[in-house]
Design a protein around this ligand. Structure first.
Ligand code: UD1
Ligand code: UDP
Length: 369
Protein backbone atom coordinates (compact mmCIF):
# COMPACT_ATOMS: atom_id res chain seq x y z
CA UNK A 1 0.00 0.00 0.00
CA UNK A 2 1.22 3.51 -0.84
CA UNK A 3 2.24 5.74 2.06
CA UNK A 4 -0.40 8.33 2.98
CA UNK A 5 0.25 11.97 2.13
CA UNK A 6 0.73 13.77 5.43
CA UNK A 7 -1.04 17.13 5.28
CA UNK A 8 -1.49 19.87 7.86
CA UNK A 9 -4.07 22.62 7.48
CA UNK A 10 -3.20 25.61 9.63
CA UNK A 11 -5.46 28.56 10.37
CA UNK A 12 -6.24 31.00 13.14
CA UNK A 13 -8.97 33.54 12.47
CA UNK A 14 -12.71 33.39 11.75
CA UNK A 15 -12.50 33.85 7.97
CA UNK A 16 -9.69 31.34 7.56
CA UNK A 17 -11.68 28.81 9.59
CA UNK A 18 -14.81 29.34 7.48
CA UNK A 19 -12.81 28.80 4.30
CA UNK A 20 -10.61 25.93 5.56
CA UNK A 21 -13.08 23.79 7.54
CA UNK A 22 -14.85 22.49 4.40
CA UNK A 23 -11.43 21.54 3.03
CA UNK A 24 -10.50 19.74 6.26
CA UNK A 25 -13.69 17.70 5.87
CA UNK A 26 -13.08 16.90 2.20
CA UNK A 27 -9.45 15.85 2.72
CA UNK A 28 -10.28 13.76 5.80
CA UNK A 29 -12.76 11.73 3.77
CA UNK A 30 -9.96 10.64 1.41
CA UNK A 31 -7.91 7.65 2.57
CA UNK A 32 -4.87 8.79 0.63
CA UNK A 33 -4.35 11.57 3.17
CA UNK A 34 -3.29 11.69 6.79
CA UNK A 35 -4.78 15.05 7.81
CA UNK A 36 -3.91 17.20 10.82
CA UNK A 37 -5.61 20.44 11.79
CA UNK A 38 -3.47 23.06 13.50
CA UNK A 39 -5.07 26.22 14.89
CA UNK A 40 -2.96 29.14 16.04
CA UNK A 41 -6.09 30.59 17.70
CA UNK A 42 -5.05 34.06 16.55
CA UNK A 43 -8.78 34.47 17.24
CA UNK A 44 -10.34 32.50 20.09
CA UNK A 45 -14.13 32.84 20.43
CA UNK A 46 -14.66 33.71 16.75
CA UNK A 47 -12.56 30.71 15.71
CA UNK A 48 -14.16 28.27 18.13
CA UNK A 49 -17.67 29.03 16.93
CA UNK A 50 -16.67 28.00 13.38
CA UNK A 51 -14.89 24.84 14.57
CA UNK A 52 -18.06 23.91 16.45
CA UNK A 53 -20.29 24.52 13.44
CA UNK A 54 -18.18 22.25 11.22
CA UNK A 55 -17.62 19.77 14.09
CA UNK A 56 -13.82 19.93 13.83
CA UNK A 57 -11.53 19.28 16.81
CA UNK A 58 -8.01 20.55 16.09
CA UNK A 59 -5.10 18.16 16.52
CA UNK A 60 -2.89 21.05 17.67
CA UNK A 61 -4.22 24.19 19.34
CA UNK A 62 -1.54 26.84 19.92
CA UNK A 63 -4.02 29.02 21.84
CA UNK A 64 -2.08 32.23 21.04
CA UNK A 65 -4.67 35.04 21.17
CA UNK A 66 -3.97 37.84 23.64
CA UNK A 67 -6.24 40.82 24.30
CA UNK A 68 -5.45 43.63 21.82
CA UNK A 69 -2.47 41.67 20.52
CA UNK A 70 0.20 43.19 18.31
CA UNK A 71 1.72 41.95 15.08
CA UNK A 72 5.23 41.45 16.47
CA UNK A 73 4.40 39.21 19.42
CA UNK A 74 1.79 37.24 17.54
CA UNK A 75 4.22 36.68 14.67
CA UNK A 76 7.07 35.51 16.86
CA UNK A 77 4.74 33.20 18.82
CA UNK A 78 3.44 31.62 15.60
CA UNK A 79 6.94 31.21 14.20
CA UNK A 80 8.33 29.47 17.30
CA UNK A 81 5.31 27.27 18.05
CA UNK A 82 4.88 26.06 14.48
CA UNK A 83 8.63 25.31 14.29
CA UNK A 84 8.22 22.72 17.05
CA UNK A 85 5.29 21.04 15.32
CA UNK A 86 6.75 21.12 11.81
CA UNK A 87 10.09 19.69 12.99
CA UNK A 88 8.41 16.86 14.87
CA UNK A 89 5.63 15.96 12.45
CA UNK A 90 7.47 16.33 9.13
CA UNK A 91 4.38 16.98 7.01
CA UNK A 92 4.50 16.40 3.26
CA UNK A 93 2.38 19.52 2.74
CA UNK A 94 1.25 22.45 4.86
CA UNK A 95 -1.84 24.32 3.68
CA UNK A 96 -2.34 27.92 4.75
CA UNK A 97 -5.15 30.26 3.86
CA UNK A 98 -5.34 33.82 2.63
CA UNK A 99 -3.48 36.77 4.08
CA UNK A 100 -3.57 36.89 7.87
CA UNK A 101 -0.60 36.90 10.24
CA UNK A 102 -1.30 33.20 10.79
CA UNK A 103 -1.06 32.58 7.03
CA UNK A 104 2.04 34.70 6.43
CA UNK A 105 4.08 33.50 9.38
CA UNK A 106 3.03 29.83 9.20
CA UNK A 107 4.04 29.77 5.55
CA UNK A 108 7.39 31.32 6.40
CA UNK A 109 7.85 28.77 9.15
CA UNK A 110 6.99 25.86 6.84
CA UNK A 111 9.43 27.27 4.31
CA UNK A 112 12.18 27.40 6.95
CA UNK A 113 11.46 23.73 7.75
CA UNK A 114 11.73 22.86 4.02
CA UNK A 115 8.12 21.64 3.87
CA UNK A 116 5.98 21.93 0.74
CA UNK A 117 3.38 24.67 1.03
CA UNK A 118 -0.06 25.08 -0.52
CA UNK A 119 -1.79 28.47 -0.52
CA UNK A 120 -5.59 28.39 -0.48
CA UNK A 121 -7.00 31.67 -1.87
CA UNK A 122 -3.79 32.52 -3.69
CA UNK A 123 -3.12 35.39 -6.08
CA UNK A 124 -5.27 38.16 -4.59
CA UNK A 125 -3.61 41.56 -4.88
CA UNK A 126 -4.29 45.27 -4.55
CA UNK A 127 -0.64 46.10 -5.40
CA UNK A 128 -0.71 48.64 -2.57
CA UNK A 129 1.23 47.58 0.51
CA UNK A 130 -0.85 49.84 2.76
CA UNK A 131 -4.29 48.54 1.65
CA UNK A 132 -5.08 46.22 3.22
CA UNK A 133 -2.39 46.45 5.88
CA UNK A 134 -0.59 44.15 6.56
CA UNK A 135 -2.51 41.56 4.51
CA UNK A 136 -1.22 42.58 1.07
CA UNK A 137 2.33 41.75 2.07
CA UNK A 138 1.26 38.51 3.76
CA UNK A 139 -0.26 37.34 0.47
CA UNK A 140 2.85 38.18 -1.52
CA UNK A 141 4.97 36.38 1.05
CA UNK A 142 2.80 33.25 1.06
CA UNK A 143 2.61 33.00 -2.73
CA UNK A 144 6.35 33.48 -3.05
CA UNK A 145 7.11 30.44 -0.82
CA UNK A 146 4.25 28.22 -2.06
CA UNK A 147 4.56 25.12 -4.23
CA UNK A 148 0.81 24.92 -4.93
CA UNK A 149 -1.39 27.99 -5.36
CA UNK A 150 -5.16 27.51 -5.38
CA UNK A 151 -6.52 30.62 -7.08
CA UNK A 152 -10.20 31.54 -6.87
CA UNK A 153 -10.43 33.37 -10.21
CA UNK A 154 -8.70 34.00 -13.55
CA UNK A 155 -7.63 37.39 -12.22
CA UNK A 156 -5.81 35.73 -9.32
CA UNK A 157 -4.05 33.38 -11.75
CA UNK A 158 -2.98 36.36 -13.85
CA UNK A 159 -1.61 38.14 -10.77
CA UNK A 160 0.51 35.09 -9.97
CA UNK A 161 1.82 34.87 -13.54
CA UNK A 162 2.57 38.60 -13.60
CA UNK A 163 4.67 38.21 -10.45
CA UNK A 164 7.00 35.89 -12.35
CA UNK A 165 5.90 32.59 -10.80
CA UNK A 166 5.96 29.98 -13.55
CA UNK A 167 4.22 26.89 -12.13
CA UNK A 168 2.06 25.52 -9.35
CA UNK A 169 -1.03 27.73 -9.84
CA UNK A 170 -4.53 26.37 -10.44
CA UNK A 171 -7.98 27.92 -10.71
CA UNK A 172 -10.29 26.28 -8.16
CA UNK A 173 -12.87 28.89 -7.13
CA UNK A 174 -13.01 30.01 -3.52
CA UNK A 175 -13.79 27.51 -0.76
CA UNK A 176 -15.96 30.22 0.83
CA UNK A 177 -18.70 29.31 -1.64
CA UNK A 178 -18.42 25.66 -0.54
CA UNK A 179 -18.81 26.82 3.08
CA UNK A 180 -21.69 29.17 2.30
CA UNK A 181 -23.69 26.60 0.32
CA UNK A 182 -23.11 23.95 2.99
CA UNK A 183 -24.40 26.28 5.72
CA UNK A 184 -27.30 27.70 3.74
CA UNK A 185 -28.44 24.16 2.78
CA UNK A 186 -27.81 22.40 6.09
CA UNK A 187 -27.87 24.92 8.92
CA UNK A 188 -30.73 27.41 8.42
CA UNK A 189 -31.06 29.61 11.48
CA UNK A 190 -33.92 31.43 13.16
CA UNK A 191 -33.03 35.11 13.69
CA UNK A 192 -35.77 35.90 16.23
CA UNK A 193 -33.12 36.57 18.89
CA UNK A 194 -31.97 39.69 16.99
CA UNK A 195 -35.46 41.19 16.98
CA UNK A 196 -35.51 42.40 13.37
CA UNK A 197 -38.45 44.60 12.39
CA UNK A 198 -40.15 42.99 9.36
CA UNK A 199 -41.57 46.36 8.29
CA UNK A 200 -38.11 47.83 7.81
CA UNK A 201 -35.41 47.18 5.22
CA UNK A 202 -32.41 45.56 6.87
CA UNK A 203 -29.00 47.00 6.06
CA UNK A 204 -26.17 44.80 7.32
CA UNK A 205 -22.89 46.48 8.28
CA UNK A 206 -19.51 44.96 9.17
CA UNK A 207 -16.23 46.82 9.51
CA UNK A 208 -13.03 45.71 11.16
CA UNK A 209 -10.06 46.49 8.90
CA UNK A 210 -6.92 47.82 10.54
CA UNK A 211 -6.53 50.63 7.96
CA UNK A 212 -10.07 51.82 8.82
CA UNK A 213 -9.32 52.25 12.54
CA UNK A 214 -9.85 55.82 13.77
CA UNK A 215 -11.15 58.47 11.39
CA UNK A 216 -12.37 56.20 8.53
CA UNK A 217 -14.43 54.10 10.95
CA UNK A 218 -15.79 57.27 12.56
CA UNK A 219 -16.85 58.47 9.09
CA UNK A 220 -18.66 55.18 8.52
CA UNK A 221 -20.50 55.53 11.84
CA UNK A 222 -21.54 59.12 11.13
CA UNK A 223 -22.76 58.09 7.67
CA UNK A 224 -24.93 55.45 9.35
CA UNK A 225 -26.37 58.04 11.71
CA UNK A 226 -27.29 60.30 8.79
CA UNK A 227 -28.82 57.44 6.80
CA UNK A 228 -31.17 56.30 9.59
CA UNK A 229 -32.21 59.91 10.23
CA UNK A 230 -33.08 60.40 6.53
CA UNK A 231 -34.73 57.01 5.97
CA UNK A 232 -37.34 55.97 8.50
CA UNK A 233 -37.89 52.65 6.69
CA UNK A 234 -34.42 51.17 7.27
CA UNK A 235 -32.66 49.56 10.18
CA UNK A 236 -28.95 48.87 10.47
CA UNK A 237 -27.59 45.70 12.05
CA UNK A 238 -23.88 45.78 12.97
CA UNK A 239 -22.43 42.56 14.40
CA UNK A 240 -19.33 44.15 15.87
CA UNK A 241 -15.95 42.45 15.55
CA UNK A 242 -14.37 41.69 18.96
CA UNK A 243 -11.28 43.79 18.21
CA UNK A 244 -11.30 46.58 20.84
CA UNK A 245 -10.09 49.07 18.21
CA UNK A 246 -13.44 48.59 16.47
CA UNK A 247 -15.68 48.67 19.51
CA UNK A 248 -14.00 51.67 21.17
CA UNK A 249 -14.86 53.77 18.10
CA UNK A 250 -18.25 52.36 17.17
CA UNK A 251 -20.01 52.10 20.52
CA UNK A 252 -19.65 55.77 21.64
CA UNK A 253 -20.95 57.05 18.27
CA UNK A 254 -23.73 54.58 17.49
CA UNK A 255 -25.06 53.30 20.80
CA UNK A 256 -28.61 54.44 21.53
CA UNK A 257 -29.18 55.44 17.89
CA UNK A 258 -32.72 54.68 16.79
CA UNK A 259 -32.94 51.76 14.32
CA UNK A 260 -29.25 50.90 14.72
CA UNK A 261 -28.61 47.54 16.40
CA UNK A 262 -25.06 46.96 17.63
CA UNK A 263 -24.79 43.27 18.34
CA UNK A 264 -22.12 40.70 19.17
CA UNK A 265 -20.41 38.87 16.28
CA UNK A 266 -22.79 36.26 14.95
CA UNK A 267 -21.97 32.61 14.51
CA UNK A 268 -21.58 31.77 10.85
CA UNK A 269 -25.00 30.08 10.43
CA UNK A 270 -27.06 33.03 11.72
CA UNK A 271 -24.78 35.43 9.87
CA UNK A 272 -25.53 33.66 6.57
CA UNK A 273 -29.25 33.83 7.31
CA UNK A 274 -28.89 37.54 8.08
CA UNK A 275 -27.04 38.17 4.82
CA UNK A 276 -29.86 36.41 2.97
CA UNK A 277 -32.45 38.57 4.73
CA UNK A 278 -30.61 41.87 4.18
CA UNK A 279 -31.56 44.45 1.58
CA UNK A 280 -28.07 45.94 1.23
CA UNK A 281 -24.71 44.98 2.76
CA UNK A 282 -22.05 47.54 3.75
CA UNK A 283 -18.71 45.98 4.58
CA UNK A 284 -14.93 46.15 4.55
CA UNK A 285 -14.73 42.36 4.99
CA UNK A 286 -13.02 40.23 2.38
CA UNK A 287 -15.22 37.17 2.86
CA UNK A 288 -18.49 39.07 2.82
CA UNK A 289 -17.54 40.63 -0.54
CA UNK A 290 -17.41 37.08 -1.92
CA UNK A 291 -20.48 35.66 -0.20
CA UNK A 292 -23.00 38.44 -0.76
CA UNK A 293 -22.90 38.29 -4.60
CA UNK A 294 -23.55 34.54 -4.35
CA UNK A 295 -26.71 35.40 -2.38
CA UNK A 296 -27.75 38.16 -4.81
CA UNK A 297 -27.21 40.97 -2.32
CA UNK A 298 -25.77 44.34 -3.39
CA UNK A 299 -22.54 45.13 -1.55
CA UNK A 300 -20.98 48.52 -0.94
CA UNK A 301 -17.33 48.12 0.05
CA UNK A 302 -16.11 50.54 2.72
CA UNK A 303 -12.49 50.51 1.56
CA UNK A 304 -10.30 52.53 -0.78
CA UNK A 305 -8.94 49.41 -2.54
CA UNK A 306 -10.05 45.84 -2.97
CA UNK A 307 -8.17 42.71 -3.92
CA UNK A 308 -11.50 41.31 -5.08
CA UNK A 309 -12.34 43.43 -8.13
CA UNK A 310 -14.18 40.64 -9.96
CA UNK A 311 -17.56 41.24 -8.35
CA UNK A 312 -17.24 44.97 -9.13
CA UNK A 313 -16.69 44.10 -12.78
CA UNK A 314 -19.68 41.72 -12.69
CA UNK A 315 -21.81 44.50 -11.18
CA UNK A 316 -22.80 43.15 -7.74
CA UNK A 317 -20.32 45.21 -5.73
CA UNK A 318 -19.35 48.91 -5.61
CA UNK A 319 -16.17 50.29 -4.08
CA UNK A 320 -17.30 53.24 -1.98
CA UNK A 321 -14.41 54.06 0.38
CA UNK A 322 -14.84 55.73 3.74
CA UNK A 323 -15.90 59.28 2.86
CA UNK A 324 -19.07 60.01 4.80
CA UNK A 325 -20.85 61.90 1.98
CA UNK A 326 -20.00 59.23 -0.56
CA UNK A 327 -21.32 56.43 1.67
CA UNK A 328 -24.57 58.31 2.32
CA UNK A 329 -25.11 59.15 -1.37
CA UNK A 330 -24.37 55.64 -2.62
CA UNK A 331 -26.67 53.96 -0.11
CA UNK A 332 -29.37 56.55 -0.81
CA UNK A 333 -29.16 55.88 -4.53
CA UNK A 334 -29.61 52.15 -3.95
CA UNK A 335 -32.60 52.81 -1.70
CA UNK A 336 -34.25 55.18 -4.19
CA UNK A 337 -33.34 53.71 -7.58
CA UNK A 338 -35.16 50.41 -8.09
CA UNK A 339 -33.48 49.68 -11.43
CA UNK A 340 -30.01 50.11 -10.00
CA UNK A 341 -30.93 47.90 -7.05
CA UNK A 342 -32.25 45.19 -9.38
CA UNK A 343 -29.17 45.41 -11.57
CA UNK A 344 -26.83 44.90 -8.62
CA UNK A 345 -28.84 42.05 -7.12
CA UNK A 346 -28.90 40.11 -10.38
CA UNK A 347 -25.14 40.19 -10.94
CA UNK A 348 -23.27 36.91 -11.31
CA UNK A 349 -21.10 35.46 -8.53
CA UNK A 350 -17.53 35.16 -9.85
CA UNK A 351 -16.05 33.29 -6.88
CA UNK A 352 -16.79 29.64 -7.57
CA UNK A 353 -19.30 26.84 -7.99
CA UNK A 354 -19.14 25.37 -4.48
CA UNK A 355 -16.74 22.55 -5.47
CA UNK A 356 -13.42 24.27 -4.77
CA UNK A 357 -12.48 21.73 -2.07
CA UNK A 358 -12.86 18.81 -4.49
CA UNK A 359 -10.70 20.57 -7.10
CA UNK A 360 -8.02 21.23 -4.48
CA UNK A 361 -8.14 17.60 -3.31
CA UNK A 362 -7.62 16.37 -6.88
CA UNK A 363 -4.72 18.75 -7.54
CA UNK A 364 -2.92 17.65 -4.35
CA UNK A 365 -3.33 13.98 -5.28
CA UNK A 366 -1.94 14.56 -8.76
CA UNK A 367 0.97 16.58 -7.39
CA UNK A 368 2.11 13.79 -5.06
CA UNK A 369 1.50 10.86 -7.42
C1 UD1 B 1 -7.42 39.58 11.77
C2 UD1 B 1 -6.60 39.62 10.46
C3 UD1 B 1 -7.43 40.21 9.34
C4 UD1 B 1 -8.76 39.51 9.21
C5 UD1 B 1 -9.48 39.49 10.54
C6 UD1 B 1 -10.71 38.67 10.41
C7 UD1 B 1 -4.20 39.98 10.65
C8 UD1 B 1 -3.09 40.95 10.70
N1 UD1 B 1 -5.44 40.48 10.65
O1 UD1 B 1 -7.65 40.91 12.18
O2 UD1 B 1 -6.71 40.07 8.13
O3 UD1 B 1 -9.53 40.21 8.27
O4 UD1 B 1 -8.63 38.89 11.54
O5 UD1 B 1 -11.63 38.91 11.41
O6 UD1 B 1 -3.96 38.80 10.64
N2 UD1 B 1 -10.52 39.30 19.51
C9 UD1 B 1 -11.15 38.61 20.51
N3 UD1 B 1 -11.73 37.39 20.21
C10 UD1 B 1 -11.70 36.86 18.98
C11 UD1 B 1 -11.07 37.59 17.95
C12 UD1 B 1 -10.45 38.79 18.23
O7 UD1 B 1 -11.23 39.06 21.64
O8 UD1 B 1 -12.23 35.77 18.78
C13 UD1 B 1 -9.86 40.60 19.83
C14 UD1 B 1 -8.61 40.39 20.70
O9 UD1 B 1 -8.48 41.46 21.57
C15 UD1 B 1 -7.49 40.41 19.66
C16 UD1 B 1 -8.00 41.47 18.72
O10 UD1 B 1 -9.40 41.23 18.64
O11 UD1 B 1 -6.21 40.70 20.22
C17 UD1 B 1 -7.36 41.57 17.38
O12 UD1 B 1 -7.27 40.32 16.72
P1 UD1 B 1 -6.24 40.17 15.47
O13 UD1 B 1 -6.38 38.79 14.92
O14 UD1 B 1 -4.87 40.61 15.85
O15 UD1 B 1 -6.76 41.24 14.44
P2 UD1 B 1 -8.10 41.31 13.65
O16 UD1 B 1 -8.47 42.74 13.59
O17 UD1 B 1 -9.06 40.35 14.20
N1 UDP C 1 -19.00 36.55 9.61
C1 UDP C 1 -19.64 35.84 10.63
N2 UDP C 1 -20.22 36.55 11.65
C2 UDP C 1 -20.19 37.89 11.71
C3 UDP C 1 -19.51 38.61 10.67
C4 UDP C 1 -18.92 37.90 9.64
O1 UDP C 1 -19.70 34.61 10.60
O2 UDP C 1 -20.75 38.46 12.66
C5 UDP C 1 -18.35 35.77 8.53
C6 UDP C 1 -18.63 36.21 7.11
O3 UDP C 1 -19.76 35.56 6.59
C7 UDP C 1 -17.36 35.82 6.37
C8 UDP C 1 -16.30 35.94 7.42
O4 UDP C 1 -16.96 35.96 8.68
O5 UDP C 1 -17.38 34.49 5.93
C9 UDP C 1 -15.53 37.20 7.21
O6 UDP C 1 -14.72 37.43 8.30
P1 UDP C 1 -14.10 38.86 8.59
O7 UDP C 1 -14.97 39.90 7.98
O8 UDP C 1 -13.85 38.90 10.06
O9 UDP C 1 -12.68 38.77 7.88
P2 UDP C 1 -12.18 39.04 6.38
O10 UDP C 1 -12.98 38.19 5.46
O11 UDP C 1 -12.30 40.50 6.13
O12 UDP C 1 -10.75 38.65 6.44
Amino acid sequence: MNKKIKIALIFGTRPEAIKMCPLVKTLKENNSFDVSTIVTAQHRQMLDSVLELFEITPDFDLNLMKPNQNLWELSSDILLKTKEIFEKEKFDLVLVHGDTTTAGISALSAFYSRTKIGHVEAGLRTFDKDYPFPEEINRVLVDSVSDLMFCPTDRAIQNIKNSGIKKGYYKTGNTVIDALLYVVDNKPFNLDFIGLNDNLKTILLTSHRRENFGKPLENICFAIKELVEKNKDIEIIYPMHLNPNVRNTVIPILQNTERVKLIEPLDYAPFCTLMKKSHIILTDSGGVQEEAPALGKPVLVLREETERPEAIEYGGVKLVGTNKGKIVNTVQELLDNKNEYERMSKAINPYGDGHACEYIEKIILEYFH
